[in-house]
Design a protein around this ligand. Structure first.
Ligand SMILES: C=CC1=C(C)c2cc3[nH]c(cc4nc(cc5[nH]c(cc1n2)c(C)c5CCC(=O)O)C(CCC(=O)O)=C4C)c(C)c3C=C
Ligand code: FES
Ligand code: FE2
Length: 432
């Protein structure tokens, strides 16, 4: 049975409409029980390579409104995300401070904070439980979360890894697993640059004079899962959420509902540098459309642009308003580049875009597909991605070695050299 078939089999317990209802009502405990529903394992559970640290990397978000300023300060200090040149140290804090009240209000409006920490910790824990069963040779798999701009930060995660017995002369295996399905240098690239920076600070004898030679010798062996835009588990989970939302429309209009896949936009300067993200997001969309049998018309649109520079379009909000004005009111919005709810779904789509559509007369017919959050098919897919990665013995994908055509960043080059060099299998791969 293929991965896609087995994922579909796991989920064949309710119709899409029932699924939507059930998903809305599903409690935390139920999510837990479903995520760990895996086929029985027959291998014996003796571990020879474990423990293995599974580190989920993402941007993070403020869990409370008090954390908004710190979150924005780190975000605007990140030259990989927002390059402000030599003035970054002055301009970054200035913009962060000025923007804080507006963004605090948005987080207050979605319940007081971002749910991304809760979902990331849950997804990682549940994935590790599944991995222990389907890949006992590297068990126990220990869950860690490393956020770029909010707690738990990369340095906090690294300190915890060392405290838990990885590194410091004992070596140990850690997998940096990006939670951005599609690779962008402004997201996954930034998280990897940060991880590499803290690895140098905490485990390199040149940078950390407190390390003994033995401790430096036995440092953590890192590998990276850097992208997974068309993995069947991801595609199946998206497809089922879309089908469940389509079931909420009357049968006679169902096939003419327009599907609007919405992803966070990128500045055109990043797109023109050759960033892989737009192509990889489009790959996800195409895979989901194929799984759905192309029954509905679709468009890929882009949201959440910040500041006055040119960004990749068409914009989600303009597209929705245009279609509604033209009389196409049946629209499903699908957040396609993020794996849990966040301010862009709960505030921007639910409270701004859909609200505006209703003011234009959409009459509740513009709806959003649920985010992946605790979806058991998705979490089973994550475990499958991790298992394939561990089985492959590779340090990272070959794709990761090839820099953007317009990249001038030494940091990118050094980071890629480091991760490529973490495993013998990649010995013939070079960072270009
Ligand atoms: C795949 C997802 C994302 C990409 C690509 C991305 C690129 C990107 N973002 C900014 C600037 C900001 N992003 C902000 C918040 C934010 N961004 C993403 C995702 C991606 N960003 C998320 C999920 C969030 C919200 C986090 C949460 O609530 O959980 C913000 C802060 C909010 C604001 O001030 O509006 C900024 C700023 C740039 C410049 C960029 C590409 C270069
Ligand atoms: S900006 Fe893409 S590799 Fe450096
Ligand atoms: Fe963003």
């Amino acid at each position: 049975m293929s991965v896609a078939q087995s994922l579909r089999a796991i989920s064949k317990r309710a119709s899409p409409a029932q699924c939507l209802q059930a998903q809305k009502a599903r409690s935390w405990q139920q999510h837990r029980a479903l995520a760990t529903h895996v086929p029985p394992v027959t291998q014996d559970n003796t571990s020879s390579q474990g423990p293995t640290a599974m580190v989920f990397m993402n941007m993070g978000g403020p869990s409370t409104t008090d954390e908004v300023h710190g979150f924005l300060s780190r975000l605007f200090a990140d030259g990989d995300l927002i390059p402000l040149g030599p003035l970054q140290g002055y301009l970054g804090p200035f913009i962060a401070k000025r923007r804080t009240p507006k963004i605090q209000k948005q987080y207050a409006d979605i319940g007081g904070g971002s749910p991304i920490r809760k979902w990331s910790e849950y997804q990682c824990e549940e994935m590790c439980k599944i991995l222990d069963k389907i890949r006992p040779e590297s068990a126990p798999h220990k869950p860690y979360v490393a956020f770029r701009y909010a707690d738990p930060l990369t340095e906090e995660m690294y300190a915890k890894l060392l405290e838990d017995g990885f590194g410091k002369g004992k070596g140990g295996r850690a997998v940096a697993f990006t939670q951005y399905p599609q690779y962008s240098c402004s997201t996954t690239g930034s998280s990897l640059n940060e991880l590499w920076k803290w690895r140098q600070r905490m485990e390199s004898p040149r940078r950390n004079s407190n390390l003994t030679a033995a401790e430096a010798e036995g440092s953590i062996n890192w590998s990276v899962i850097d992208r997974w835009p068309t993995h069947p588990g991801l595609v199946e989970a998206f497809a089922q959420n879309i089908e469940a939302t389509l079931q909420t429309y009357p049968e006679d209009v169902r096939d003419s509902v327009v599907l609007l896949y919405s992803a966070h936009s990128l500045p055109m300067s990043v797109v023109n540098r050759g960033d892989p993200y737009p192509a990889e997001v489009a790959a996800t969309v195409w895979a989901v459309q194929q799984r759905l049998g192309h029954k509905n018309p679709y468009r890929l649109v882009w949201q959440s642009q910040v500041g006055p520079s040119a960004w990749l379009g068409a914009q989600t909000s303009d597209t929705v308003a245009n279609l509604v004005k033209k009389g196409q009111k049946d629209l499903v919005l699908i957040p396609i580049a993020f794996t849990s709810d966040h301010i862009e779904t709960l505030f921007e789509i639910d409270q701004e875009v859909i609200h505006e559509a209703n003011e234009l007369g959409a009459d509740g017919r513009v709806r959003r597909a649920e985010s992946l959050n605790g979806n058991p098919i998705f979490i089973r897919g994550l475990a499958d991605i991790a298992k394939s990665h561990l089985d492959s013995g590779e340090a990272c994908s070959r794709q990761m070695g090839l820099r953007c055509p317009g990249c001038k960043s030494e940091r990118c080059l050094e980071q890629k050299k480091f991760f490529l060099g973490q495993n013998e299998r990649n010995n013939d791969a070079v960072a270009l």
